[in-house]
Write a protein that binds this ligand. Structure first.
Ligand code: TRP
Length: 364
């Protein structure tokens, strides 16, 4: 490892430690003072959501919105262009995301909205000044972007790919979002948003800062692995259970899930990661500790483990799936949710853009 690489790694450790500390503080305060915060989160419209999204982020969003925290959920239909060539399904995928959100319990209303970020022109206008506040070498160093470039096997890197963290800062800052529930992979992006907020305030409005520095809210749920045992549940790896799957499909997928040779079921994440993962998912459904579930199954073996999991997961998802099926038949409603979300987001964006123009001396 070179000295610069080592320095960057130490820096990343520091950022993570600070993010964990701050996230824990917010977690305690947010239940008491929900209106002090604005949650901003989003997904790229790449298709339906799976149980990894559900346990990792969706349930948490529902919880936060039910605490009364103003919540903006954006569908990143511009960002998705950076790594997906196919755009023919963007509109369809956007609506499917809305269906998954609503079915999981997100209730759009005065304090909760869902919108595609391409439909908020006044927010997108912040991109130009924001781009002037970061250097190209800062963008080049972003480890999450580097990783995505490597994984995608792109021959040439489009400029949207390098600059999307700045656009993500627009997503967060236009509405003065101060809490962003994310996984660790998104921390570098959050650092960009914090940096831009700081630099903008210092440069244009040191007396009356416009943008709050946003903080990550890190998920406490352990990351669910794929059913094939690979590190991540991901649609492109074909190792997921989609929220929209039927109970039979769920059972079939679980039957094929990877386990190991040992018959007796025990909870041992280090030596038996696949079995531990399945126990973990049961635990997320029932609230029982994975050790206790393992003990109960014991000599019942992999067969019993899988049937317990099938039952627990299908039961957990039953209300969501029923609601999902109803929503599928009501696309007019889904469209109206998005349209209303766009109105709410634009109202906020117009105000922020006015403030921004005023401090940048661009009023006419
Ligand atoms: N980068 C996020 C992802 O790939 C999606 C996203 C876009 C997002 N804008 C955001 C997440 C703003 C949080 C806040 O999943």
């Amino acid at each position: 490892m070179s000295q610069t690489e080592e320095k960057l790694e130490n820096n990343a450790d520091k950022i993570l430690a600070e993010a964990v500390r701050k996230s824990e503080m917010i977690e305690k305060d947010i239940a008491v003072n929900p209106k002090k915060y604005r949650v901003l989160t989003g997904d790229r419209p790449t298709g339906n959501l799976h149980i990894g999204h559900y346990f990792g982020s969706l349930k948490n969003r529902v919880r936060l919105s039910r605490l009364g925290v103003p919540t903006m959920i954006l569908i990143a239909d511009y960002q998705v262009l950076t790594d997906h060539d196919a755009f023919d399904k963007i509109s369809q995928n956007t609506k499917q995301l809305v269906i998954d959100y609503l079915a999981a319990g997100i209730e759009p209303g005065k304090d909760v909205c869902i919108y595609p970020h391409s439909h908020v022109p006044e927010a997108n206008q912040l991109m130009v000044p924001f781009l002037t506040l970061v250097s190209s070498s800062e963008l080049d160093r972003n480890p999450t972007v580097k990783d995505e470039i490597e994984k995608s096997g792109m021959k040439s890197v489009n400029a949207g790919m390098l600059t999307y963290p700045v656009h993500q800062a627009v997503d967060i800052l236009f509405c003065k979002g101060n809490v962003v529930p994310v996984g660790k992979d998104q921390l570098p992006h959050l650092e960009v948003a914090r940096l831009i907020a700081r630099r903008f305030n210092n440069k244009f409005c040191p007396e009356n800062p416009i943008f709050p520095e946003p903080y990550a809210l890190l998920s406490k749920t352990p990351m669910i692995k794929g059913l094939d045992g690979s590190a991540k549940m991901s649609k492109s790896l074909g190792n997921t259970i989609m929220l929209c799957a039927s109970e039979d499909e769920t059972a079939k997928l679980i039957k094929k899930a990877k386990t190991d040779q040992e018959r007796h079921i025990s909870y041992d994440p280090v030596n038996r990661p696949e079995v531990a993962n399945l126990l973990q998912i049961i635990s997320l459904c029932t609230g029982e500790e994975p050790e206790a579930i393992a003990e109960r199954i014991g000599d019942g073996g992999g067969g019993m483990l899988k049937s317990v999991l099938t039952e627990a997961l299908n039961e957990e998802l039953r209300p969501l799936r029923t609601k999902r099926a109803e929503l599928e038949n009501n696309m007019d409603y889904i469209r109206s949710v998005l349209k209303e979300g766009v109105v709410q987001a634009r109202e906020i964006a117009v105000k922020t853009l006015e403030e921004v123009r005023s401090v940048m001396n661009m009023e006419i």
